[in-house]
Design a protein around this ligand. Structure first.
Ligand code: HEM
Length: 399
């Protein structure tokens, strides 16, 4: 187990822990730790840095996500209550947030996304066919990260030849370990590079609009005003963060699950109509997003006496693996009938990209198993997951 939950007595009557969600650990250790904490407490105080609250009671987490008046998105970073940056729409509260969501709705609606299915499938098949003969691959780099990133770049209107560059930035921004980047300099450099890249893409479209999402967004008006370049920038950065890492992480978990549960793999290979249920179950059981909110007033939640301006962490895992909501909550059950999981969040900020993500995940699992139905994890592969968003670091499969 990771050592990210050292008990540190109490804080204002609440259990306190040296809890650092940024630290990685053995595969599944984060999800299992959330199970343990949710079993032991309804909330606790993390004592790292300036400190923040963590709610582990399932109903309280869901209520907080829906109560945007009390739990604001002005900050969504537990360690930084007063950030100097803005991500749109994630860091907006209603009513401005509602306007952005209405404008964005069309580009990410079930109908718009369904119309892309053939293209999504084609990209997946091409990548898998290239790999099939190799007999083994690090599947996160060779497939899981490339596939959704390619689709996303097309959708937003970014040149496909920048794919390699994008994947390098995602790696430096989100996946470097402390040893690889002790001072955080590589991460900072990647952040500046991504920022400069989007500034350039915005400027190019101001000069000559194209038939893509960025150009369309530039024509929108919010409160009677055209969207400024700085707001366009805040939108691009959020799309980059939200859209580039989440689907690869989920595909990684799907591979991990089917490699470690050959009976489930055999079932979906024999009957691909089970894949949509399997995908939802994998999203639920391996749940990896940990939203955070800033309290707008003094409030008691999960037993925590939160003060106005303090940060509250709201792990989705405690809802998705809650025994009161799901029978055998930690098991992927291919026969589960009702699965009202919250892997895509809850409340006004529920994932904008969920239809796209679901399509990509279903297509990835279908097309992979139609071509490479039988595989195992390479014996030398260490199984480790990142902190923050609990993706697997590296996954070498052989077939
Ligand atoms: C399996 C993949 C994905 C998962 C599990 C996921 C999960 C989430 C979650 C939990 C939130 C809410 C965060 C919060 O409450 O603070 C969210 C928000 C968001 N997601 Fe996703 N996401 C995924 C894929 C995507 C994709 C592919 C896109 C875009 C192409 C996307 C775009 C967004 C955006 C724009 C928001 C902010 C929505 C708002 O603030 O109103 N997501 N996502």
């Amino acid at each position: 187990m990771s050592t990210t939950y050292e008990p540190e007595g109490t804080y204002e009557g609440c259990p306190a822990y040296h809890f650092d969600n940024r630290v990685g650990g053995p595969v599944m250790s984060h999800q299992q730790r959330w199970d343990e904490m949710a079993g032991a407490h309804s909330g606790f105080r993390s004592t790292i840095s300036k400190g923040y609250w963590v709610v582990t009671e399932s109903d309280a987490v869901q209520e907080a996500l829906q109560d945007w008046g009390t739990f604001s998105n002005k900050s969504v970073t537990a360690l930084e209550a007063n950030p100097k940056f803005l991500w749109i729409p994630e860091m907006l509260d209603p009513p401005v947030h509602t306007t952005w969501r209405r404008l964005l709705g069309n580009a990410f609606s079930p109908k718009t996304i369904a119309a892309r299915e053939a293209e999504v499938r084609e990209v997946a098949i091409e990548l898998i066919e290239e790999l099939k003969g190799a007999g083994a691959a690090e599947v996160l780099d060779a497939f899981a990260r490339q596939f959704p990133t390619k689709i996303f770049m097309r959708m937003v209107g970014l040149p496909e030849e920048d794919l390699g560059q994008f994947l390098d930035w995602v790696h430096d921004l989100l996946h470097l370990t402390y040893d690889e980047d002790p001072e955080g300099l590589r991460q900072l450099a990647a952040m500046h590079a991504v920022s400069a890249y989007f500034d350039e893409q915005i400027a190019l479209r101001r000069e000559a609009p194209r038939d893509d999402l960025l150009s369309t967004a530039m024509t929108w008006e919010i409160d009677g005003e055209k969207i400024s370049d700085s707001d366009m920038h805040a939108f691009c950065i959020l799309l980059f963060q939200a859209g580039f890492d989440t689907v690869p992480i989920s595909i990684g978990w799907a591979f991990y699950h089917f490699a470690t549960h050959p009976e489930d793999r055999a079932a979906i290979v024999a009957d691909p109509s089970l894949i949509p249920v399997a995908v939802e179950e994998i999203l639920r059981v391996y749940s990896f997003v940990v939203p955070a909110r800033k309290a707008t007033t003094d409030v008691q939640i999960g037993g925590c006496p939160v003060k106005e301006g303090e940060m509250v962490m709201l792990p989705l895992s405690v809802i998705n693996r809650d025994a009161e909501r799901f029978e055998n909550p930690t098991e992927v059950d291919l026969e589960r009938v009702t699965n009202n999981h919250v892997a895509f969040g809850s409340g006004p900020h529920r994932c904008l990209g969920s239809h796209l993500a679901r399509l990509e995940l279903n297509v990835a699992v279908e097309e992979w198993h139609a071509r490479i139905p039988d595989y195992t994890i390479a014996p030398e592969q260490e199984l480790w997951q990142h902190g923050n968003m609990y993706g697997i670091n590296s996954l070498r499969l052989q077939w």
